[in-house]
Design a binder for this molecule. Structure first.
Ligand code: IPE
Ligand code: IPE
Ligand code: MG
Length: 236
């Protein structure tokens, strides 16, 4: 079976999952964390080298303060409680997004985990935090324009490969497969350029209910896709 090298997941539906059960949205996010652990295990079991999870978008700051604070707290708890497990499984942790706007304690925990795991190679787990594709382009432009002023950019030979080196994802291959849970057919400002040729798999399952079997289902769907990249026949 042809497997994706890089899977990116838009983990959606925690709130609806909770509301349908008479629980608070935060309780939905707590169950969402369990699904993150399952997804990481599934990715490790299937030897997927890159897993990227959309945990907090730049637009998510507009949610009620209590929910935003709850999400930040859950992230800290996840990183602390999973540290041993990540190290044991040789998981390299990375982030994409404007991390500098996160609470200082969260930034510190993230930085320390990224450092501790930087030489691991079983899987690269990238967490998208305060991430926005549009901001990613803005941040790329800022650096590019500065470098241009310093005479480091040859405008005539500028191409997409050059631009890619300024994106947060410069160390990552493009996602082969994007999974979105909760049945929404949209990308919500996630990896818009990088997903130019990604296969997109939308499942109605809410993120807290996403299991190993759902992960397998997404892999099977992917293996049946015919990826042409603008050509006339499948290119692997
Ligand atoms: C996804 O679940 C988690 C985050 C965006 C942090 P939601 O919180 O968006 O859940 P719904 O879409 O309201 O059901
Ligand atoms: C996308 O989910 C962001 C994350 C999964 C972190 P949202 O729930 O924020 O997206 P919309 O608002 O439905 O587009
Ligand atoms: Mg949502």
């Amino acid at each position: 079976m042809e497997l994706p090298k890089h899977i990116a997941i838009i983990m959606d539906g925690n709130g609806r999952w909770a509301t349908e059960r008479g629980l608070s949205r935060i309780e939905g996010h707590q169950h969402g964390v369990k699904a993150v652990k399952r997804a990481l295990e599934s990715a490790l079991d299937n030897e997927i080298p890159y897993l990227t999870i959309y945990a907090f978008s730049s637009e998510n700051w507009s949610r009620p303060e209590a929910e935003v604070n709850g999400l930040m707290k859950l992230l800290n708890q996840f990183l602390k409680s999973e540290e041993r497990n990540l190290i044991k499984n040789k998981v390299r942790l990375r982030t994409i997004g404007r991390i500098e706007a996160l609470p200082k304690d969260t930034q510190n925990v993230l930085q320390s985990m990224v450092q501790k795991t930087e030489d691991f190679d079983a899987i690269t787990l990238t967490i998208a935090l305060n991430y926005s594709s549009k901001n990613e382009i803005v941040d790329a432009f800022k650096v590019l324009i500065e470098e241009h002023k310093e005479g480091k950019i040859d405008v005539a030979s500028l191409n997409y490969e050059t631009i890619e080196k300024y994106l947060y994802t410069r160390d990552l291959p493009n996602p082969d497969l994007i999974i979105r849970t909760s049945g929404e057919f949209r990308l919500s400002n996630f990896l818009l350029l990088q997903s130019a040729y990604s296969e997109i798999y939308v499942t109605p399952v809410y993120w807290p209910d996403f299991t190993e079997a759902d992960f397998k289902g997404a892999l099977e769907h992917y293996s049946k896709r015919n990826r042409r990249f603008g050509n006339v026949q499948q290119i692997i």
